[in-house]
Design a protein around this ligand. Structure first.
Ligand code: GTP
Ligand code: SPV
Ligand code: MN
Length: 582
């Protein structure tokens, strides 16, 4: 087979020439094709069948133990000029990077099949969507791409119509951490990945295309590609407001996107609708509002901590047609991870006999892959080619101290500063130390395909005459007390914070103004039915002026790191707040 697009055929031929596969397979995305690939992976050990009664058509994949997370230190943005990649990225000259990658790819697919995977990010009929083709030698990647994107014949038809696509080349190589690179060539709309089979390193439609390449494209085309969930909040009158929220990896996006409101809210008729849990593409619409699509078609979610108590919507979608990566398994072949309320693991994620004292059953970054259509709260609006209008943008991270439960930015410029200044504790989603606080602007530190200074400027540029921009908020679900316990119950109770935000959006609540931002007035945050010490709530909603003064100084140093690419307006905003705190 081949396509009607000469540029695609030529590229596939040149990759085959370089990598020397035994066979080439063009993926059509059909059930039959998927069944064949699953059969092949069951035979070669890539997949293990789970309990057919409790989990029909579910499989466990055990990765190489040294290939369990994104590798930020091996991820590069290869622009002609290093300053275009910025201090927020690793940079390599495009020629040098191509040389390195060609050497790795040379003959790497001998004895393997090369899969050509056409995919569309976003509804196939949406003008906001963009397409790509991933060439890979991993059937596991093909099976995951089939869930995570609109993959196959329909995507290929659109690519042939559009005449353009992002080129992604992936090989698992030897799965050797010393022979591993995730390279991006934004000027060529190209991605090259070698040596890893893990999600963000290997499913190239996700972080590599939909964030790094897309953010670069979005800057030149006047839109935003962001690491954000999209959730719809329907009030008892039946009005739905959509909220987009950027939290760093493993900081609560999937959970907020699938939130089930507390009982009192459900009784009153509040409903929550899931549009997306990881990536959001936003375009200014004709009416001046920002319209968002979820470019993905599935969820690649963190397994540990997902339970009937924390995320019942997720649990409900995980009992059929799902792929589990690096979780434990029970004696009767059910998936198991830490935080589950029942069951008992017998094997850990590496297939060893489970021994609590040696290792958790599931790797902390173990994941599930599942179609969005399985999610009980998934809304048909997620398939709307126009996207959904965004009423509020939320930034949040893991901050054990200082950052209050919620505050509102006074205007767009202040909101962009709040996003740029975000910091969060690192998590198991990326290789390296966990729990270290680092700046993670807009939760895009690992994902912006260009210089953060330019990126902040791009964000500021949306504030122009006629624009009806969302309000911007910061939240922190992760404040801890002196004993190291989370102070806020989180999960479903985050609904209370969302309600206050929407009251601000619709002008139904006042706020206490502080230099840092606007906080809920005492009594305005609905705590009905919540078992929370009022003193704790007060602490969660208090600004520590001395702490913030210091924070503002650190933010100043951080912004200075982007030199003259940092917009003057952003530094002026920071200086204004610092002066008010002094
Ligand atoms: P990525 O897929 O890596 O981008 O992560 P994510 O942002 O979607 O994070 P996710 O919702 O999967 O949550 C990651 C971890 O944080 C899980 O272990 C959750 O149980 C935990 N978590 C999520 N929301 C809350 C919350 O409101 N409070 C607390 N304490 N923990 C939470
Ligand atoms: C993240 O790390 O933010 C994820 C998982 O959503 S990955 O696809 O690996 O990037
Ligand atoms: Mn993510």
């Amino acid at each position: 087979m081949s396509s009607k697009l000469a540029s695609l055929n030529d590229w596939v031929a040149s990759v085959a020439q370089l990598t020397q596969p035994d066979a080439i397979h063009w993926c059509d995305g059909s059930d039959a094709e998927n069944a064949r690939l699953v059969g092949l992976m069951l035979a070669n050990g890539d997949l293990i069948k789970l309990n057919e009664q409790t989990h029909p058509d579910c499989y466990l994949h055990r990765s190489s133990p040294t290939d369990v997370a994104r590798v930020e230190h091996l991820t590069f943005v290869c622009t002609t000029h290093p300053a275009d990649a910025g201090p927020n990225n690793n940079w390599m000259a495009p020629d040098e990077a191509h040389g390195e990658m060609d050497a790795l790819y040379k003959g790497c697919m001998r004895g393997r099949t090369m899969y050509v995977v056409p995919y569309c990010m976003g509804p196939v009929d949406s003008p906001l969507s963009r397409c790509g083709v991933e060439i890979t030698d991993s059937p596991y990647v093909v099976a995951n791409m089939r869930i995570m994107t609109r993959m196959g014949a329909q995507a290929l038809a659109r690519i042939e119509r559009d005449g353009s696509f992002v080129k992604g080349l992936h090989s698992v190589g030897e799965l050797d951490p010393d022979r591993r690179y995730i390279m991006h060539f934004p000027e060529e709309l190209m991605i090259q990945s070698y040596g890893s089979g893990y999600g963000g390193n290997a499913l190239l439609g996700k972080k590599c295309h939909a964030l790094r390449i897309a953010s670069y494209q979005a800057r030149t085309e006047g839109w935003l590609a962001e690491h954000m969930l999209i959730v719809g909040i329907e009030n008892p009158k039946g009005e739905t407001h959509y909220v987009a929220a950027a939290f760093p990896s493993a900081c609560g996006k999937t959970n907020l996107a699938m939130l089930i409101p507390p009982e009192g809210y459900r009784r009153d008729g509040w409903k929550v609708w899931t549009v997306g849990d990881d990536i959001c593409w936003m375009h200014p619409g004709a009416d001046g509002r920002l319209y968002a699509i979820n470019p993905e078609a599935g969820f690649f979610g963190v397994a540990p901590g997902t339970s009937e108590k924390t995320n019942p919507n997720a649990m409900a979608m995980l009992n059929h047609d799902a792929i589990f990566t690096n979780v434990g398994i029970t004696a009767d072949g059910q998936p198991w991870w830490e935080g589950m309320s029942s069951g008992q693991p017998v094997k850990d994620w590496q297939g060893r006999d489970y021994d609590k004292s040696v290792s958790p059953a599931a790797h902390p970054n173990s994941r599930f892959t599942v179609s969005a259509k399985h999610c009980p709260s998934y809304t048909a609006k997620a398939e709307d080619p126009e996207g959904v209008p965004i009423s509020a943008i939320v930034f949040g991270g893991r901050r054990a101290s200082l950052v209050p439960l919620v505050f509102e930015a006074r205007d767009w410029t202040h909101g962009v500063l709040v996003g740029a200044a975000m910091a969060s504790e690192t998590t198991a989603a990326a290789t390296g130390a966990v729990g270290v606080v680092r700046r993670d602007s807009m939760a895009m530190k690992p994902f912006a395909g260009y210089n953060f200074g330019d990126y902040f400027g791009h964000w500021l540029s949306f504030d122009k005459p006629g624009a009806k921009l969302p309000k911007i908020f910061q939240v922190n679900w992760f404040r801890k007390d002196a004993d190291g316990k989370f102070m806020w119950p989180g999960f479903g109770d985050n609904m209370r914070v969302l309600e206050w935000m929407l009251k601000r959006v619709t002008g139904q609540a006042e706020a206490v103004e502080t230099p840092v931002g606007n906080l809920p007035k005492p009594g305005d945050l609905n705590v009905d039915g919540l078992d929370l010490d009022p003193a704790v709530l007060e602490q969660l909603l208090t600004i520590d002026r001395a702490g913030w003064k210091e924070e503002m100084a650190h933010i100043g140093e951080y912004l200075e790191g982007f030199g003259d690419r940092t917009p003057a307006a952003l530094e002026a905003e920071r200086a204004r707040i610092a002066a008010q705190l002094a």
